[in-house]
Design a protein. Structure first.
Ligand SMILES: C[S@@+](CC[C@H](N)C(=O)[O-])C[C@H]1O[C@@H](n2cnc3c(N)ncnc32)[C@H](O)[C@@H]1O
Length: 323
């Protein structure tokens, strides 16, 4: 039984203010300018992402939820009883409920996220809703190795939904899957959600909705720089842009300067040409066979694949090859 008197806490952040400042200054001095997408997720960014998940154009969330709803019993059968579930980039912690409800006596849930307040809030909600489950949040960058709190005699299953793996380049994805294999340990499995290549208009609309929520999410990065690094970005003079990059099979999000201007960040003056862009996110799209080959390069084999009726999204059950 868990100790209900102990407050939820997450181990110390590995991603502090210094890392954010360094990444922004390095990224804005590069040509072309680029800032890693993980910095979208301050409290405001996480809130905006949750709104994106409810948009009609944003098919990935409801499609993946449908697959998980249909196949949670299959996942539970493969995972076995007494599992510790470790989620990478756990966000609002909505999808995991489908697995927790289907698994046979899950022992612990370890949500890992870079967005600290959001992580603690969603962990507290899960803690209240699943009284028999140990909830052990970890505030960390999932791309770097870290210690997973583990329960004795529990098999470990990773969970990486949301096609968050698509935000990594192929090389970064292979490296992440290697690190995840180490983190989860010998014998581990992993349930992973992967967005599939489809009609370009459907893809573009998902990242450029009519209500402008994704635009607000993208531009919040500049607002975050203003708030946390003393930036002077005027958001009226920057615009949200998306493109599908055919060569890399990925949606790219950019922020475009709508006029020639200069901006100060952390005391450093930076100039922007009219039309110059900051590359803020990649969202790679895969085929099932292409992703399975990538997972194989990182030491994972594919135990099962489930897709929706339109083949828009896939959920794969991976197992460590040396398991
Ligand atoms: C695309 S959202 C997916 C959220 C949720 N898993 C879902 O499926 O709806 C990405 C999540 O991963 C987190 N995240 C992004 N990059 C991260 C990183 N490098 N380390 C840890 N968490 C990260 C974000 O804060 C966010 O909660």
């Amino acid at each position: 039984m868990k100790d209900t008197t102990a407050p939820l806490h997450a181990p110390e952040a590995q991603t502090g203010q210094d890392e954010f400042a360094q990444a922004v200054l390095d990224g804005l001095r590069r040509n072309p300018k680029a800032i890693p997408s993980k910095f979208f997720y301050d409290a405001k960014g996480s809130h905006l992402f949750d709104k994106i998940c409810d948009l009609e154009e944003y098919y990935p969330t409801r499609t993946e939820l449908g697959i998980l709803r249909s196949h949670a019993p299959d996942i539970a059968t493969i995972a076995g009883s007494d599992a510790t579930l470790v989620e990478f980039g756990s966000g609002a912690g909505v999808k995991v409920r489908l697995l927790l409800d289907a698994l046979d006596t899950p022992r612990a849930y370890v949500p890992i996220d870079i967005s600290r307040d959001h992580l603690l809030a969603s962990s507290a909600q899960l803690d209240a809703d699943y009284p028999a489950l140990r909830i052990l949040p970890v505030h960390a960058d999932f791309a770097t190795p870290f210690e997973v709190p583990r329960m004795a005699s529990s098999n470990v299953v990773g969970f990486f939904p949301g096609s968050t793996i698509g935000n990594l380049t192929a090389e970064e994805a292979v490296s992440f899957l290697h690190v995840a294999a180490e983190t989860l340990g010998k014998g581990a499995g992993m349930v992973i959600g992967v967005d599939l290549i489809k009609d370009r208009d459907v893809l573009r609309a998902a990242y450029d909705d009519r209500e402008g929520v994704t635009a607000a999410f993208n531009l919040n990065l500049l607002a975050r720089i203003n708030r946390e690094l003393g930036g002077t970005f005027n958001l009226d003079h920057f615009a949200h842009r998306t493109v599908f990059n055919e060569a890399h099979a990925r949606i790219e999000m950019h922020i475009e300067s709508t006029k020639a201007q200069s901006v100060t960040v952390a005391g450093l003056r930076l100039s922007f040409e009219k039309g110059e862009r900051i590359h803020t996110e990649n969202s790679h799209k895969y085929t099932v066979s292409g992703f399975s080959a990538l997972a194989g390069r990182a030491g994972w084999s594919v135990r099962a694949v489930w897709t929706d009726e339109q083949d828009w999204f896939a959920v794969l059950y991976l197992e460590r090859l040396d398991g």
